[in-house]
Design a protein around this ligand. Structure first.
Ligand code: ADP
Ligand code: MG
Length: 244
């Protein structure tokens, strides 16, 4: 792979759920280090699109590559080693402490010695400013804290790409900014990020490029300054009128 080749590339990707076509010939590439924010109405296919990137959904047609690797059943371990994902519901293991949530993957999947895994985990917990909660259980934390733990847990696997699917949608309003701040910090490290969110303040600040989806298609893609001031399509204008 050359440095300039896209790290994620969709070419004519389609997908059906039975007779319903959820992705309609998606052509889309993300450059290494790029931050892309995906928005669009509910049901437009945003979650499906990003879940394909780490193989949580299989594609029906076309090709999808991550770091040059076609995403297939066979390549899943290689793909998932490169891609971290954070969900709306934090999906922490409830019976494990924060620290054990973070070290499980590195110890089990990577065979990392426990002491080294714990040391690395503490560094990531510090990065999301939650190191003092290391020995607590997820239920003892606020939603915003749990989501920051979920981000730290993903980072422990040292991904090259981070996917976020509406990471602040399940949070009380006062906790949204603490999670967005952590994501902004991550963006500043040069991480490749694909973020589904309706937090347009974050998008304006962090996105290199906006993607607008509707009915299984990418309708529009533009840098935020153009996207927000001069959306080209009526569908996109209607959407922005509703959420801004
Ligand atoms: P978004 O994230 O933009 O809200 P999704 O990707 O979750 O959209 O879903 C797109 C469409 O596909 C929706 O109409 C949804 O009902 C449908 N869909 C999603 N997952 C499934 C599934 N497992 N089976 C059938 N239909 C699904
Ligand atoms: Mg969704």
């Amino acid at each position: 792979m050359t440095e300039t080749a896209p790290i994620i590339r969709f070419e004519g990707v389609s997908k059906h759920y039975d007779s319903f076509q959820v992705l309609k010939g998606i052509d889309f590439a993300v450059a290494r280090g790029e931050r892309v924010v995906v928005c669009g109405p509910s049901g437009s296919g945003k979650s499906t699109l990003i879940r394909c990137i780490n193989g949580l959904e299989t594609i029906g047609g076309g090709t999808l590559t991550v770091d040059g690797i076609p995403v297939t059943e066979k390549t899943l371990p290689k793909v998932r080693a490169r891609v971290g994902m954070v969900f709306q519901q934090f999906n922490l293991f409830p019976h494990l402490t924060v620290l054990d949530n973070l070290t499980l993957g590195p110890i089990r999947a990577r065979g990392m010695p426990r002491a080294r895994a714990r040391e690395a985990a503490m560094r990531y917990l510090e990065r999301v400013r939650i190191a003092e909660q290391a020995d607590k259980f997820p239920r003892q934390l606020s939603g915003g804290q749990q989501q920051r733990v979920a981000i730290a847990r993903s980072l422990c696997m040292e991904p090259e790409i981070m996917l976020f699917d509406e990471p602040t949608s399940a949070l009380d309003p006062e906790m949204i900014s603490e999670v967005l701040d952590v994501m902004t910090g991550l963006a500043q490290t040069g991480m490749t990020m694909v973020v589904v969110t309706h937090e347009m303040g974050f998008a304006r600040k962090v996105a290199d490029r906006m993607v607008f989806m509707d009915h299984g298609e990418i309708v529009e893609t533009a840098p935020p300054e153009d996207f927000f001031t001069a959306p080209r399509s009526q569908r996109c204008r209607d959407f922005l009128d509703k959420i801004l």
